[in-house]
Unconditional design. Structure first.
Length: 348
């Protein structure tokens, strides 16, 4: 047997004995989003400390690569593949209970990113004080991002305001939040998480010029291409350990294009479709809309689409597609946000 044939045989045998997970498409990151910790006053946005500790223990014991958002940005921007089992922990708003999470994260040595509601932190009693921000900053574990100044719901504003007035709101929020961020932390914000996960084409274009990464609250995992970046919510009924484990296994679905577009709807009802790269590798696709739930999708060439136009019922609606990867047997998902303009008011 020639040397070349021997080498090929050895390589083939080695691949056969590799763990299935290493042969799978594992070069993605799961970005977790938390809000409050052990706060029984707000069960829908809180996770119990017991559950949080169990989740962190699982990540540690199972060799997950927990990194800062900045490190993830550096990996992607350098063109390197995202390491398997990468997780980024993000915390929105900067509530005082973040310090409870900090104690747990310190024990495990896990870095994390806090997106600050900048009108509130350092001022309002339910939020982090300036001293607590300093403690987090000096720990080396915490990094910070912008969550805008007044925590506006941009989808609601976009639906109700003319474009010019809406842009002025964005400019004001950017100016005030950046100024306050620098006052508190003596540094410039590099990352922005949209309050309520609300965005549209105008806000995406506006903030993309000013930040390295934009983050939403759409479900899904991050391959390095999605913008805004999806995050898995770990709050309330979504914080169970079973759900946590499921979220870690969700792959990003390689959506090339979708209709309708992000932001304001041009028509309603709307036919929903997704163009998916290598769709032949996926099966059992379903399409989701807030208020309607999941419906079985039709596959046409490289497209997944609804069999009929879907009525968008809510002002803010998440639209998503979920398919199963034939090779990995895992779910792959992609979500985005659309906005329904309110009906014009009519006089009596």
């Amino acid at each position: 047997m020639s040397l070349r044939k021997t080498a090929l045989l050895v390589l083939t045998v080695a691949l056969l004995f590799l763990p299935k997970k290493l042969l799978a498409t594992d070069n993605f990151a799961t970005i977790l989003i938390y809000h409050r910790f052990g706060d029984e006053r707000y069960p829908s946005t809180s996770v119990s400390l017991k559950d949080f500790r169990r989740q962190m223990e699982y990540l540690k014991e199972n060799g997950y690569n927990v990194i800062h958002l900045k490190e993830l940005y550096n990996i992607v921007s350098s063109g390197k593949p995202i390491p398997p089992k990468t997780v980024v922990i993000t915390i929105d708003d900067g509530y005082k209970t973040t310090m409870k999470a900090f104690k747990v994260l310190k024990e495990y040595g896990f870095p994390f990113t806090v997106f600050l509601y900048l009108e509130a932190v350092g001022r309002y009693p339910d939020f982090l004080t300036k001293e607590e921000l300093k403690e987090l900053q000096l720990s080396g574990l915490a990094e910070f991002g912008n969550h805008l100044y007044s925590h506006p719901d941009l989808a609601v504003l976009r639906a109700r305001l003319p474009r010019e007035r809406y842009l002025r709101v964005l400019e004001r929020e950017e100016e005030l939040s950046r100024k306050r961020f620098k006052e508190l932390l003596k540094e410039e914000p590099e990352f922005l998480a949209f309050p309520y996960g609300s965005y549209d084409r105008v806000s995406l274009s506006f903030f993309k010029k000013r930040y390295k990464l934009l983050l939403s609250q759409d479900r899904g995992s991050y391959s390095g291409k999605e913008s805004p970046i999806p995050r898995m919510a770990v709050v309330g009924s979504l914080s169970s350990f079973k759900r946590f484990l499921q979220n870690l296994k969700v792959e990003p679905l390689p959506v090339v294009n979708h209709s309708p577009d992000v932001g304001l709807l041009k028509e309603n009802p709307v036919k929903i479709s997704f163009t998916v790269e290598d769709l032949k590798n996926y099966e059992n696709c379903q399409i989701y809309t807030s208020g309607n739930g999941w419906i079985k999708a039709e596959k046409r060439g490289n497209k997944v689409e609804t069999p009929f136009p879907v009525k968008v019922k809510k002002l803010k609606t998440r639209i998503g597609v979920r398919c199963f990867n034939k090779k990995t047997r895992r779910r792959a998902e992609f979500f985005f946000l659309v906005i329904k303009k309110p009906a014009p008011r009519t006089g009596r």
